[in-house]
Design a protein around this ligand. Structure first.
Ligand code: UFG
Length: 321
């Protein structure tokens, strides 16, 4: 029995592969448009290609005994999705439909889906649970919610099970120091701050200072990428063991930190001083997004092992190398 990881060369995918290869045979499918081949653990088999390519999927599903698909492959930048919605609907929805079609055809019945806090839009609560109304405000969030809805429809009529994992802000690097957060171009707060503190950027821009938060900057729930990786494996094993099926779970730490607090913690951990520019708001940023992850904790025993200091320390160690 093997696991197919679509997008296993990306940030969260590669960290999950690194945990999975300890126990499972893993095949990574990635077209390397945003991923990096050197992030893929050498114990995994690698197929370079598109998940929207039916011939590649036929080949993988006939040559390997695949028990589950972990689907990380997606475009995930909110701003870009507003500028280029068709790219998001084509890659995040269209290509995923090809994958699902081929799974059904080949009788592959377990699916773990990377979803996002962006499905909630601007929530009317301080603590987001899975019961909080979804109302995405950009094409990225809508593309993910569409797949969530399609999964529920499939599970109604096919021998098919899924778990949807709605990530809040993934951050940090693997404890081995071998892999970490890498995007090109980089747009995420923690890597940008650390790159600046390493002298690779002139300054940091804080996007907005008059949000309705304690210090006026946006509040997010940062979750270590290894905690996310472990949630995928628990979800898979929960499904394979018959304990759960067709579930949606939030994944966060349950604590919010402002942009200013992140910069402060990065300065403390690095021992370096940042140059900060207070800039205009970035389009589409909700003021605060904090997750309750009680549901996955109660149903699968998942608990985050890493706090904000661990997250930033691991990221600092990786970026410094
Ligand atoms: N920010 C800055 N300066 C920067 C970069 C970011 O002030 O140079 C701020 C942003 O405005 C935001 C916070 O830092 O308030 C976090 O920004 P990130 O870009 O790191 O993360 P986001 O919260 O925008 O995005 C994350 C995921 C998305 C997902 C989204 C859900 O990366 O994939 O959460 O809301 F859609």
């Amino acid at each position: 029995m093997a696991i197919l990881v679509c997008g296993g060369a990306g940030y969260i995918g590669s960290h999950t592969v690194k945990e999975l290869v300890n126990t499972y045979e893993v095949i990574v499918l990635d077209n390397l448009t945003t991923g990096f081949e050197q992030l893929i653990d050498p114990k995994a088999a690698f197929v370079k290609g598109d998940l929207g390519d039916p011939a590649i999927l036929d080949d993988i599903f006939t040559t390997h005994d695949i028990d589950a698909v972990f689907h990380f492959a997606a475009n995930s930048l909110v701003g870009e999705s507003v500028e280029n919605p068709l790219k998001y609907y084509r890659n995040n929805v269209g290509a995923t439909l090809v994958l699902l079609d081929k799974m059904i055809e080949h009788g592959v019945k377990r699916f773990i889906f990377s979803s996002t806090a962006a499905t909630y839009g601007i929530p009317d609560t301080d603590m987001i649970t899975e019961k909080t109304k979804t109302n995405p405000i950009n094409p990225y969030g809508r593309s993910k919610l569409m797949i969530e809805q399609i999964l529920a429809d499939l599970a109604n009529v096919h021998d098919f099970q899924y778990v949807v994992l709605r990530y809040f802000n993934a951050a940090g690097a693997h404890e081995s120091g071998e892999i970490g957060e890498s995007h090109d171009p980089e747009s995420h707060l923690i890597p940008i701050v650390l790159q600046h503190l390493l002298g690779q950027r002139d300054k940091i821009s804080v996007f907005g200072t008059d949000y309705e938060t304690a210090d006026g900057t946006c509040v997010r729930d940062y979750i270590h990428v290894t905690d996310l990786a472990r949630a995928h494996i628990l979800s898979y094993e929960g499904m394979a063991g018959g304990k759960i099926a067709n579930k949606t779970y939030n994944l966060g730490n349950g604590a919010g930190y402002s942009v200013k607090e992140i910069i402060e913690t990065c300065q403390q951990i690095s021992g370096k001083e940042a140059v900060v520019d207070y800039a205009a708001k970035r389009a589409g940023d909700p003021a605060a997004l904090v997750a309750s992850s009680d549901k996955i904790s109660e149903e699968l025993g998942w608990k985050p092992a890493f706090n904000l200091n661990d997250i930033i320390s691991s990221a600092w160690a990786w970026h410094s190398n």
